[in-house]
Ligand binder design. Sequence first.
Ligand code: F6P
Length: 333
Amino acid sequence: MDKKIKRIAVLTSGGDAPGMNAAVRAVVRTAHAYGMECVGIRRGWQGLITSDFTMMTRESVAHILSRGGTILYTARSMDFMTPEGRQKAVSTCKMLGIDGVVAIGGDGTFRGALELSRLGIPVVGVPATIDNDLGCTNYTIGFDTACNTAIDCIDRLRDTMQSHERCSVVEVMGRNAGFLALYVGISVGATAVLVPEHDLDFEHDVVERIRESRLAGNTHFMIVVAEGAGSAVEISKKIKEEVGIDPRVTVLGHIQRGGAPNARDRETATRMGYYAVKAFAENRGNCIIGTQEGGIVEIPIEEALKMERHLQMDRYRIMEAMQVGGTLKRIED
Ligand code: F6P
């Protein structure tokens, strides 16, 4: 990038995550601090195609730091997946004099960012998704708040499951990844946690866990299922068939995406938003802002998209060791 950046755009795309607003605020305020103008694009990449924008002032982002969702709205744009759609987005950038775009979102958002950057519009990505499933960063905005929301819900469920001496099967989000389920499962002391990264051995992972727990004197059981590992309804049916108890199913669903961002998400979003604009101010574009060992890193978009994130199997083993009758035998195998 050799051109001085005078005007940037900011958008949020894909599933919303608590802390997206904090990131938007940080981008807008840092842009103004650098003497740049900032255009807000509504509804993610779709808004760039339809030229759906609003000028962002320091005041326009007042009082949003603590709010969940995104004031810029979000969408998963099908049109942006077509060359025609992307050309329209480029035309909007040219028309509005946008020198660079800060795109806040997850994997799909960054794939869009790569495509746009290939058409000559510099993009900086800020990772925000409750799934925490990106290889280029060890943390994505929204994850901690979503974990705490799920934990709060499950703690409530436990009260009623304990009173009725029941089994609860709770499905948490995470798309194809088990990060959310594993963190939540460890934090609520689940009887069993099912994640897509681990091949399900129903007898060992579910039946034996419930049985051992019962033999140890427990009369209620909490099974946490990542949506990518299977349906809570199906798991519940199988438990009924094989253990002879009648579980209650709760799909936490979109409730996990809402609510005020917690301290970690507000602070991380503010830092990432700041560094995204700083990259533009220092003439670096086409990268993703990530955190590695707590510090901020910039990774070229193409490279970032190739990086895989693996579930921390040490945490999986810790979860197993915490279970009643839990055995570390698998580690030795
Ligand atoms: O990526 C975030 C996420 O909440 C996933 O955990 C979930 O699978 C998906 O989005 C749900 O998408 P939608 O809001 O389009 O139903």
